[in-house]
Design a protein around this ligand. Structure first.
Ligand code: HEC
Length: 149
C-alpha cells in the first residue's frame, strides 16, 4: 500500500505526500474522515498502477484504472461535512472557509479524470501520459491549498 502510494507520488513528481494512512484511519471514528481518506488512498493506488503501465513498461489495463478513479470520485459522498476538520485529518480549515475554490479544484480533478478515461479508450499512449500528468497536477493543485503537510 505504502509502496503504491509512493509510486503515485514519484510518478506525478508533484509532492503528493504519504500519510501514515492506515494507522490514522484505524484510530479515527468519524465516518466522513475514514471514508474520504480511504477513497483518496484507492485513487492513489490506481495512479501507482498507471505509473507502472505508462512509465515502467508494466502490463495492465489503463482504461480499468482510469475508470476506477472516475468511479471513486463519483462515490466520494458527502466527504467534507461541517465538523470533520477535527480528528486524524489533514483537511485544512480553508476547505470550509473557501469552499468555492475547494469545489473548483475537485471539479478540475474530475475533468482531468474524464480526459484520462477518454485517452485510455483512444489507445494513444502519449495522450494517456499527458492526461495522467494533468491529473497529477490537479491533485497537487488541491493539496497545496487544502491539505495540511
Ligand atoms: C479537491 C481537493 C483534492 C483533490 C483534487 C485531490 N485531493 Fe487528495 N486529499 C485532499 C484532502 C483535503 C486530503 C486530506 C483528507 C483528510 O486527511 O481528511 C487528501 C488526502 C489524500 C491522500 C491521503 C489519504 C489518507 O489515507 O490520509 C492521498 C494519498 C491523496 N489525497 C491522493 C490524491 C490523489 C492521487 C489525487 C489525484 C488523483 C488527489 N488526492 C486529489 C484533497 C484533494
Amino acid at each position: 500500500m505504502k509502496k503504491l502510494m509512493l509510486a503515485a507520488c514519484v510518478a506525478i513528481s508533484a509532492g503528493i505526500g504519504i500519510s501514515a494512512s492506515y494507522e490514522a484511519v484505524a484510530a479515527e471514528n468519524n465516518p466522513a474522515i475514514v471514508h474520504r481518506q480511504s477513497t483518496y488512498s484507492v485513487v492513489a493506488g490506481h495512479m501507482g498502477s498507471l505509473k507502472s503501465i505508462l512509465f515502467l513498461g508494466g502490463t495492465g489495463n489503463v482504461s480499468y484504472h482510469a475508470n476506477a478513479i472516475k468511479a471513486a470520485w463519483e462515490n466520494m459522498g458527502d466527504a467534507f461535512p461541517e465538523g470533520s476538520d477535527k480528528g486524524e485529518t489533514r483537511a485544512k480549515a480553508e476547505i470550509w472557509t473557501d469552499n468555492a475554490t475547494f469545489k473548483e479544484k475537485g471539479k478540475n480533478a474530475y475533468a482531468a479524470t474524464l480526459k484520462l478515461v477518454e485517452a485510455a479508450d483512444g489507445g494513444d499512449k502519449a495522450a494517456q501520459i499527458e492526461a495522467f500528468k494533468a491529473l497529477g497536477g490537479a491533485c497537487k493543485a488541491c493539496h497545496e491549498n487544502f491539505r495540511a503537510k
